[in-house]
Design a protein around this ligand. Structure first.
Ligand code: K2U
Ligand code: ZN
Length: 185
């Protein structure tokens, strides 16, 4: 398994629409493993393929030690609305309140190629909606008010200088912490 570089805002891959996955190949399973490893090292609870430069319609999620692979996910039920703060591994240091459905039911395919449905509430609901947005080239900053988005973008114009080539390499201590975690397992 390897740690992948995370693409940050400005990389066109983040605003592309992903392609449906037809069959789960060994290479795709390898990508899924690398995405989980990268997500944990970056202290995320979700990661979508475009965030590591890939256009497969797939995302990984782990909200409370429950790793979930969402291949070709779609929201088949949504209920209620709730506002909450969001961040994004591809837009470091930028946060904002986003209104989302309070509860969603998502239908997806697992790495075993079998379809399944999963209900999400609270953080799992928000995370799955955030990830499914990534798979359609939508970023959480688009939901901010014009004023808040302008503030976010001006902060980002400075922040992004830390990421030449729109690539965020995990820092040495993120990698070290990750390997340390591996030793514990
Ligand atoms: O897709 C991503 O960039 C990972 C996102 C997923 C997410 C965003 C907002 C709310 C829930 C999930 C986050 O950066 S993961 C970081 C994080 C960690 C704990 C709680 C919320 C966000
Ligand atoms: Zn994100």
């Amino acid at each position: 398994m390897s740690l992948l570089d995370i693409r940050v805002l400005g990389d066109p891959v983040l605003v592309q629409t992903t392609k449906l996955v037809d069959d789960v190949t060994p290479e795709l399973r390898r990508l899924v493993d690398d995405m989980f490893e990268t997500m944990y090292a970056a202290k995320g609870i979700g990661l979508a393929a475009p965030q590591v430069g890939r256009l497969e319609r797939l995302s990984v999620v782990d909200v409370d030690k429950q790793p979930i692979v969402l291949i070709n996910p779609e929201i088949i039920e949504s209920e209620g609305t709730i506002k909450g703060e969001e961040g994004c591994l591809s837009i470091p240091e930028i946060y904002g309140d986003v209104e989302r459905a309070a509860r969603v039911v998502v239908r997806a395919m697992g790495v075993d190629g079998k379809p399944f449905e999963i209900e999400g509430r609270e953080l799992l609901s928000r995370c799955m909606q955030h990830e499914i947005d990534h798979l359609h080239g939508r970023l959480f900053i688009y939901y901010l008010s014009a004023l808040k988005r302008r503030a976010a973008m001006s902060k980002w114009s400075k922040e992004k200088e830390k990421y030449p080539g729109n690539v965020r390499r995990l820092t040495a201590d993120e990698v070290a912490a990750h390997h340390h975690r591996d030793e514990e397992l």
